[in-house]
Design a protein around this ligand. Structure first.
Ligand code: NAP
Length: 260
């Protein structure tokens, strides 16, 4: 993969991808490694993270698995510390790990779902950015890519706790870009539409068939749900110098879901 003759666009960059053991995160890890990055696959599920590492190793890429609950500050600190100890830098941070809420209307949402979704989908990003930014400043820069959702841009049936977290991801991405852009840290976000990953596939089929969001995705210009690789390619672009003038935006990678 790291041929001496060709310089890949992320050659020798060190990337952390949270939730890298499944779905979008796995596709991102594989794509970043193909483009030359050394990848830290951080996931709650160590076996799943190791599977991603094995897929990368099978293509002669370099990756390491780290177990972490991104909602736990100690775990985030450990992953950042171990990444620097192992690879000497954090060039790219992809805050991807996320969970869904209860898919009920506001009046029925439990305290537990609110806290769980906000902690995993939002607070974790604050933890990771707070940990990675000093290292990026020390190195002279870096790229932070936060995975939001179309539920971070418009109303959906995802529920108030998911919507609150994802709208906040869009907001904190702007704030980080504003605070650190002139110190060569680019912060950007992606809002995926419906992408076929275990998060979606594990929903009951009847629920999916009846889901207004799924049906809207089928009526969107793409006429279909997305594939994880279609988000991973955008992550790789945003991580690279090809995206050097993109700061603070949230890019909808949604097949047209948010057009109407
Ligand atoms: P996924 O297939 O469920 O993968 C998520 C991964 O994150 C899993 O490996 C999961 O581990 C891990 N994870 C969950 N909680 C974690 C925690 N506390 N600490 C560390 N890792 C944790 O989901 P996905 O569809 O790839 O979603 C990835 C991101 O895209 C999420 O932020 C999601 O909100 C966003 N997104 C997805 C879609 C979509 O249609 N798929 C659309 C818009 C946005 P376990 O399997 O052990 O739980």
């Amino acid at each position: 993969m790291n041929s001496e003759e060709t310089t890949l666009k992320l050659q020798n960059k060190v990337a952390i991808v949270t939730g890298g053991g499944s779905g979008l995160g796995r596709a991102m890890c594989i794509r970043l490694a193909r483009d030359g990055a050394r990848v830290v696959v951080a996931d709650l599920n160590l076996a799943a993270a190791r599977d991603t590492v094995a897929a990368i190793a099978a293509e002669q890429g370099e990756a390491v698995a780290m177990q972490a609950d991104v909602a736990r500050r100690e775990d985030v600190e450990r992953v950042a510390r171990d990444t620097v100890a192992r690879f000497g830098a954090i060039d790219v941070l992809v805050n991807n790990a996320g969970i869904v809420g209860e898919f009920v209307k506001t009046a029925e949402v439990s305290d537990e779902s609110w806290d769980r979704v906000l902690n995993v989908n939002l607070k974790s990003i604050f933890f990771f950015c707070r940990q990675a930014i000093p290292q990026m400043l020390k190195q002279g820069g870096g790229v932070i890519i936060n995975i939001a959702s179309t539920a971070g841009l418009v109303a959906t049936t995802a529920g108030i706790e998911y919507t609150a977290a994802k709208h906040a991801v869009v907001g904190i991405t702007k704030e980080i870009a504003y605070e650190y852009g002139q110190q060569n840290i680019r912060a950007v976000a992606i809002a995926p539409g419906v992408i076929m990953t275990p998060m979606i596939e594990n929903l009951p089929k009847e629920f999916l068939d009846a889901s207004a969001d799924f049906q809207k995705q089928l009526r969107a210009p793409s006429g279909r749900p997305g594939r994880p690789e279609e988000v991973a390619s955008v992550v790789s672009f945003l991580a690279s110098d090809d995206a050097s003038f993109i700061h603070g935006n949230t890019l909808a990678v949604d097949g047209g879901f948010t057009l109407f």
